[in-house]
Design a protein around this ligand. Sequence first.
Ligand SMILES: [Zn+2]
Length: 150
Amino acid sequence: MNSNPRVWPPELSSTLQDDLRKWCFLWQVSELLPEISVSISRRMTSSLGRASYRRKHVGLQHTLLDPSAAELLREVLCHEVAHLAAYELHGTTIRPHGREWRALLIAAGYPARATIEAATLPTCFGVRTTRRRRRVRHSPWKAIARWIRG
Ligand SMILES: [Zn+2]
C-alpha cells in the first residue's frame, strides 16, 4: 500500500496521489500503481483527459489545474485511472465506458459519465453558450474512447 505512481507531476497534490492509491486499493489493482504515470498536457484541448493502457499513462488537460476546477480534476483522474483498472481486471476487449468501467466509477463515488455538459464546466474553461442560446454539448471523453480502442 506504500507504493506511488511511477511518474507524478509536481503540480498535482499529494492528497490526489493518496486518492489514486485508495482507488487502486478499492478496485484491487494495487499492483498497477507503481506502473502508472500521470502528466499534464497543454496541447490537450478537446478532451479533459486521456488514458493509455499500453503505456499505463494518464494525461490531464492543464486547464484542470485551475483552483476552481479542483473537484473536476479529481473526477477526471478517477475516470482515466478507472480505464486502466478496467482493462487490467477485464482485458482490453471491453467497451471503454461499458459496465465494467462504470462499476469502478460508482464504487469510487462518482457518476459514471463519459461526457460533460459544456455549460457545467468551471469558468476557467471559458466555455460560453452561443448568442442564439443553442445548447453546446462538449464531449471531452469521447476522443479518449476512440484513442484507447485504437
Ligand atoms: Zn473515458
